[in-house]
Design a protein around this ligand. Structure first.
Ligand code: CAA
Length: 273
């Protein structure tokens, strides 16, 4: 294990070692084929800031090639209470500004900032990895969207999802609207977002928001079990199959059949060529 060194980056202290880092409330660990991202500000219910999203994006950019599974979890009683509400105050989050200062800047700049924040979520869909959100307690706003950014959601029985943005006069803009519609359908997504109501574990399971619901104390083990199942599958076949499944909605049956043939020919060449 390389010696841990403290670095100063972007105003935040970073602990860097061979397999782990910790930046502004985000912990990142790599253990072989498994990477774990932990939102680590439990005393603030893992509220997210621009720094959180930059760090998520940085992790995505530098993810070691050997990683096949990425787990996203939150320390403490809540997965994440969403955006840090200080960002809505004139003072904002120290060193990061606020929405009120951003609103006064020109629209293009603010849109670019949103795109940068979204980069922290989008990479979790890469075909080469399977991302798993391990969700307990509250997943509100940006927290709900972070769970939606993952391929799979394994949840504790105390989970409560809430898309709070419309109730605050905002829209969900951290890439959550598309996966939500794809998972639960348009009518249910409208219901969930435009009422900002809470979706609890039994409903989450019923409508396809959660793959597995377990007692809170069993969440870690349930995630480990799923990882073991996923890692038992051939790595390249898994990536190719995920590519196919991701593309299926946007293709006709005929186009999808052609895509299956192309992927399979590549697999057969790799295995027997
Ligand atoms: N931002 C900043 N601080 C937060 C926070 C947030 N989103 N959520 C909780 N905290 C802080 C509280 O202020 C409190 O701090 P102090 O101890 O210093 O007072 C601490 O975390 C613990 O909070 P609670 O005592 O409220 O904890 P709880 O377990 O009783 O309740 C909760 C948890 C239901 C999540 C409640 O804290 C809550 O409702 N938080 C606000 C949720 C919210 O409205 N989030 C914004 C969603 S919209 C969004 O995310 C927008 C977007 O992407 C653009």
């Amino acid at each position: 294990m390389a010696e841990a060194q403290a670095q100063q980056r972007g105003g935040y202290t970073e602990e860097v070692s061979a397999g782990s880092s910790a930046v502004d409330g985000v912990r990142f660990e790599v253990d072989g084929e498994i990477a774990t991202i932990t939102l680590d500000r439990p005393e603030k219910r893992n509220a997210q800031t621009f720094a959180t999203w930059s760090e998520l994006a940085r992790i995505g950019e530098s993810l070691p090639e050997q990683v096949r599974v990425v787990v996203v979890k939150g320390e403490g009683p809540s997965f994440s209470a969403g955006i840090d509400l200080r960002m809505f105050t004139p003072e904002g989050v120290p060193g990061q500004g606020s929405f009120s200062s951003a609103a006064k800047s020109d629209g293009t700049t603010f849109e670019q900032r949103i795109r940068q924040a979204q980069a922290g979520f989008l990479w979790l869909r890469r075909p080469e990895i399977v991302s798993i959100a391990a969700v307990q307690g509250h997943a509100i706003g940006a927290g709900f969207q972070l769970a939606l950014a993952c391929d799979l959601r394994i949840v504790a029985d105390d989970v409560s999802f809430c898309m709070k943005e419309p109730a605050l006069g905002l829209v969900p803009d951290l890439t959550g609207t598309k996966p939500l519609v794809e998972l639960v359908g348009l009518a249910k997504a409208i219901d969930i977002c435009l009422t900002a109501r809470t979706v609890r574990a039994d409903e989450a399971m019923r409508i396809g928001l959660a793959e597995i619901v377990v007692a809170g104390g069993d969440l870690g083990q349930a995630v480990q079990d799923k990882i073991a199942e996923l890692l038992a599958t051939n790595r390249d076949a898994a990536a190719a199959t995920k590519r196919l499944l991701q593309g299926a909605r946007g293709r006709t049956l005929e186009e999808q059949s052609v895509a299956e043939g192309i992927e399979q020919a590549a697999r057969i060449r790799a295995l027997f060529g």
